[in-house]
Design a binder for this molecule. Structure first.
Ligand code: FAD
Length: 483
């Protein structure tokens, strides 16, 4: 067993660990970083994703601070037409590979151990094990251990379904759908998509776009979801007014509502939030972003099963707790029941900075890479844990309509804290991962005349704050009660 020495040991080479490392090597030019990850390549769960997955938010604010992810021009084809690009699976993996090879390793200050598991650190020692070699090494960490695994992302290819699958059942994960061409002489008579989240939506959109007749598709959707309308969330340099209008819509709707459901109903009326079925009041909100064109495609599937979760599938039948549904023998069940982000990690928020450990969580919900990059900036530019933690209280990872107002309130408070500190304010102004910072900073540098009108937005937000806080505190009680 040999001893590896480093300043920062980052566990996890996903979006979070890499956004942290990318910012830290610039902000602390002397530090050495070691990154370990069980996967064989950088990119975390994106390595296990289905080939037709794409970001659901514009790529402009995903990835790391130092590198753009996609060209700065709108899509001209497909269901994202007219909007800024969403990096696709292969692009995301290529991006993180390039980042690792051409920037992090090339700096000479980063060591990367793929296919390596971090084992322990409780007694002050850190052990890592090569998964294929079985070789153990000890890591002497001069400064801090950085836990970049907190989100515990789960995807269909690596999770275990919570229902029984009888022998002989035709079953697939989304990643297997593009191979259906190999079964052209035995195509399924029915396709049943299991799950109500974004992966299920992607699978339904994929099937319809691939030419499967919508009447051949059934959708087990135990819960419905509200989603952000992507057209309101385009990059700030191109659509700052829309982003600011979105903020105003959020606070006005919160101020006028007694419950989260009422707030979402108002946001739905304004077209800021979308849902698939207008006759259903969704209770779920997992921060998915969608286009109106995708909603139109999903609405073509009208056979929706709302009996709850399936308990068992078998050839020609699916079972719910109280009911069984007959289906054609040759039905293909598609498992989209992985939770992506398991929202129960919310029970486990803790200070970002605690002695010799940093736990990367959200500073603002749902800005995952931005939060990690900001944490690196804070680590390098402030002294005590107390000072650092005061700048980034962990934001709540809410999961439903009645708790989301808590996240809205917490984000506004975080914005206040970060903009009142000259150093974090300056970081936001140059962070490509921040939704509006660089665009507003550019306008200020150029004395853009639109700034005068924009200052009224701040007044509107302040005027609505009493209602935002009232609803936010109610939502906080629900969130904490459920945790
Ligand atoms: C299909 C899908 C689409 C998404 N789209 C978006 C989007 O558009 N925008 C957005 O903001 N978010 C999106 N998300 C959320 C997404 O989870 C986050 O953006 C982000 O990728 C999470 O990164 P992470 O680094 O926390 O997790 P991961 O990607 O899971 O990385 C954690 C890494 O830690 C490693 N690890 C864990 N334990 C150990 C250990 N003991 N030793 C060594 N290594 C370990 C794992 O191997 C893994 O590689 C999406 C999620 C899914 C599933």
């Amino acid at each position: 067993m040999s001893v590896i020495e480093t300043d920062y040991l980052i566990v996890g080479a996903g979006a979070v660990g890499l956004a942290f490392a990318d910012t830290l090597i610039d902000e602390d030019p002397d530090c050495h970083i070691t990154i370990v990850d069980k996967h064989s390549k950088p990119g975390g769960h994106w390595n296990d994703a289905y080939s037709f997955v794409a970001l659901h938010q514009p790529s402009a604010t995903y990835g790391v601070n130092s590198m753009e992810m996609c060209p700065d021009k709108v899509d001209t084809e497909g269901h994202n037409k007219g909007m800024y690009p969403l990096a696709k699976h292969a692009e995301i993996l290529a991006y993180y590979g390039k980042l690792m090879n051409e920037r992090l390793l090339h700096s000479g200050r980063v060591a990367y151990h793929p296919l390596t598991e971090y084992l322990s650190g409780e007694d002050g020692t850190h052990r890592i094990r090569g998964i294929l070699s079985g070789e153990d090494n000890s890591v002497a960490v001069r400064r801090k251990l950085v836990d970049a695994t907190w989100f515990q992302t789960s995807v269909p290819s690596t999770h275990k379904p919570a229902f029984e699958i009888a022998e002989g059942t035709r079953f697939a994960i989304p990643g297997e759908l593009p191979s259906l061409w190999q079964e052209a002489d035995n195509l399924p008579d029915r396709y049943i998509v299991l799950g109500g989240g974004k992966t299920a939506m992607d699978a339904v959109v994929w099937l319809v776009e691939a030419g499967v007749a919508p009447e051949k598709i059934g959708w087990v959707r135990p819960r419905d979801s509200w989603m952000f309308n992507r057209k309101n969330l385009q990059p700030a340099h191109a659509a700052l007014d829309d982003l600011l209008d979105f903020q105003v819509a959020l606070v006005e709707s919160a101020n006028a509502a007694e419950t989260g459901d009422e707030m979402f109903a108002e946001l739905g009326r304004r077209g800021v939030m979308l849902r698939i079925d207008e006759s259903v009041t969704p209770g779920m909100f997992h921060f998915a972003v969608i286009s109106e064109a995708e909603i139109d495609l999903m609405r073509q599937v009208t056979q929706v099963y709302r009996q709850g979760r399936v308990t068992k599938i078998e050839p020609g039948k699916m079972h719910f707790a109280d009911e069984a549904i007959d289906l054609p023998e040759n039905t293909l069940f598609i498992d989209c029941t992985a939770t992506a982000v398991p929202f129960d990690v919310r029970e486990d928020t803790r200070p970002f900075f605690a002695g010799d450990r940093i736990t990367l969580q959200l500073v603002q919900t749902p800005f995952v890479p931005y939060s990690a990059a900001l944490a690196a900036f804070i680590e390098a530019n402030f002294d005590s844990d107390e000072e650092k933690n005061a700048l980034c209280p962990p934001a709540p990872l809410t999961d439903c309509t009645n708790t989301y107002p808590y996240a809205v309130m917490a984000n506004l408070m975080s914005t206040g804290i970060l903009s009142n500190n000259p150093k974090t304010n300056e970081f936001n102004a140059r962070s490509r991962l921040h939704p509006t910072g660089p665009a507003i900073a550019k306008m200020m540098r150029e004395g853009d005349p639109r700034l005068a009108a924009m200052s009224k937005i701040g007044d509107m937000i302040r005027a609505n704050m009493p209602g935002v806080v009232k609803l936010g505190m109610k939502a906080k009680a629900i969130h904490e009660g459920a945790a």
